[in-house]
Design a protein around this ligand. Structure first.
Ligand code: CP
Ligand code: NVA
Length: 331
């Protein structure tokens, strides 16, 4: 695999073979770290982390991965650069590209990350936009590989919830790219955009993936190895949207009944996190009180159950991000 100098702006920037190679590289890097070996494959490299939205996992994943491999990082938060206010994305790309060996970007606009990628002259990695979340999917695929009863090729995964957000879009196209059985279970108004469905259908024709979009929970989860959900309201969506969104998505909450409906006693639960599974966050408390709910997209019972592999998934963010950095910006 030679990915040197390549961007990761969306999941399909990688071929199926390249995607799998990055996941396998992450598994090797994880093993190496657990064995206490320290390599410096990014020694002397400088990496910019541009965040227009908040983050716990993605920022930490990039920082730890970079430090582990000997790179230096510079964090530019929403208030800390001129990007988009006083300086265009195109100009910022050319400036950062002169100083850094790689740039991570998290923000709303997919167009912005594409412009950075086109003009920086160094690898640019999408750390989440409103459209795609490719580094998330690398971690998800590693997690599924680790927990799949019959290997990654046989995996079936059903996503329940907001089916047209970044995570659902990325899951759909990545599942289609890799030839998985991937299902989106959501009300029709929250299905992925037509263009994204077309992309997935085209990839599935080549890979043999099975794609299902369904409004019916029983149909969606039947026989699934993994049930996946995400927040019902993504960063940047207006607060007033909570009420109608909760009404639309409550039937798609991942609870014990939904796990049971899969008919698979070994079914596993995935969530990209952060999750609203109880009242121990200010948002969870506020929404809980306002709408009379103890949980939103997933119940505490499922989140804390042995079926839940969400913290493996969170840890894998770092190992897979490290694999991306090493493969695209390493020596
Ligand atoms: N899953 C994920 O991207 O988490 P953060 O928003 O904490 O980076
Ligand atoms: N869909 C979520 C993902 C968070 C990691 C959001 O965009 O807020």
């Amino acid at each position: 695999m030679n990915l040197h100098g390549r961007n990761l702006l969306k999941d399909t920037d990688l071929s199926a073979k390249e995607f799998r190679s990055v996941v396998e590289l992450a598994a090797r890097l994880r093993q190496e770290k657990r064995a206490g070996a320290r390599m410096r494959r990014l020694a002397g490299r400088n990496i910019a982390l541009v965040f227009e939205k908040s983050s716990t996992r993605t920022r930490s994943g990039f920082e730890v991965a970079a430090h582990d491999e000997g790179a230096h990082i510079t964090y530019l938060g929403p208030e800390e650069s001129h990007l988009g206010h006083k300086e265009s994305v195109k100009d910022t790309a050319r400036v950062l590209g002169r100083m850094f060996d790689g740039i991570e970007f998290r923000g709303s606009s997919q167009e912005a990350v594409e412009t950075l990628g086109a003009y920086a002259g160094v690898p640019v990695w999408n750390g989440l936009t409103d459209t795609w979340h490719p580094t998330q999917l690398l971690a998800d695929v590693l997690t599924m590989r680790d927990h799949a009863p019959a290997g990654l090729d046989e995996v079936s995964c059903c996503y329940l919830g907001d089916g047209r957000n970044n995570v659902a879009n990325s899951l759909l196209v990545t599942g289609a790219l890799l030839g998985l059985d991937v299902r989106i279970c959501a009300p029709k108004s929250l299905w992925p955009a037509e263009e994204i469905r077309q992309t997935a259908a085209g990839l599935a024709r080549e890979s043999g993936a099975k794609i299902l979009l369904s409004e019916d929970v029983a149909e969606g989860v039947e026989g699934a190895d993994f049930l996946y959900t995400d927040v019902w309201l993504s960063m940047g969506e207006p607060e007033e949207a909570w009420g109608p969104r909760i009404e639309q998505l409550l039937p798609y909450q991942v609870n014990a009944k939904v796990l049971e409906a899969s008919g698979n006693p070994e079914v596993k639960f995935l969530h990209c996190l952060p999750a609203l599974h109880g009242r121990d966050t200010s948002v969870g408390r506020r929404l809980g009180e306002r709408y009379g709910l103890d949980a939103l997209e997933v119940t505490d019972e499922v989140f804390e159950s042995p079926a839940s592999v969400v913290f493996d998934q969170a840890e894998n963010r770092m190992h897979t991000i490290k694999a991306v950095l090493v493969a695209t910006a390493g020596a």
